[in-house]
Design a protein around this ligand. Structure first.
Ligand SMILES: Cc1cc2nc3c(=O)[nH]c(=O)nc-3n(C[C@H](O)[C@H](O)[C@H](O)COP(=O)(O)O)c2cc1C
Length: 185
């Protein structure tokens, strides 16, 4: 029986890369882990068999993918009864501007309000500018947004901003929270 369940959504793959990193870190530390893209979670999956659940997704147009929100809403009742964690992947968090940082935190807090789910641990990770996978128009839109934020503008390549030490810390902190919670049950 796996101990951790990770459910994620991704558009261009960076969230999935973060999920795979967390999966490896948990496995290295002796935990069993099941991972599902939210599009492929088996309908009859029994969440109660897990010790803890992590969900993660990218911020796209100021919010998380609807399919991720729906999955959380469909399972809020069970998620509330167990140790859970959430992570957001975005680019706004790279900006030093306090207002923009607050906006990124508010996107997460609004997600929690909307789903009535308040995980014990949550974090926001910088994602990636995956220019080479965007359409012609999207490349230009993303470059223009990035230019305004004094970010990277070479549309012939991709830029990864994720701090893997930060992701490792999230994984370690949460596995500790989950272990402590099951010991006190
Ligand atoms: C169409 C689109 C919309 C985006 N909207 C936002 C946004 O509103 N705020 C933000 O901080 N980042 C935004 N981003 C940046 C993504 O969150 C970032 O690229 C992330 O790494 C994407 O994760 P994924 O590769 O798992 O899809 C957007 C990216 C795209 C392609």
């Amino acid at each position: 029986m796996a101990e951790f369940l990770i459910v994620y959504s991704t558009q261009k793959g960076q969230t999935e890369k973060i999920v795979r990193f967390i999966e490896s870190d948990l496995k290295e530390n002796g935990y069993d882990v099941d991972v599902f893209n939210v599009k492929e979670v088996p309908k009859n999956l029994n969440l109660e068999k897990y010790r803890a659940v992590i969900a993660g997704g990218p911020v796209l147009m100021q919010g998380f993918p609807r399919i991720l929100k729906k999955w959380v809403q469909d399972h809020t009742k069970i998620l509330k009864k167990m140790p859970t964690a959430f992570f957001s992947v975005c680019l706004g968090i790279l900006q030093k501007d306090d207002e923009i940082q607050k906006e990124e935190r508010d996107i997460v807090l609004n997600f929690f309000e909307a789903t009535h789910w308040h995980p014990a641990v949550w974090s926001i990770f910088p994602g990636a500018l995956s220019y080479t996978s965007y359409s012609w128009l999207m490349k230009r839109i993303m470059r223009s947004i990035s230019r305004k934020a004094s970010g990277d503008t070479d549309i012939t390549r991709n830029f990864e901003y994720t701090d893997w030490n930060e992701v490792r810390k999230f994984s370690r902190d949460f596995s500790l929270t989950a272990s402590n919670a099951s010991q006190s049950r």
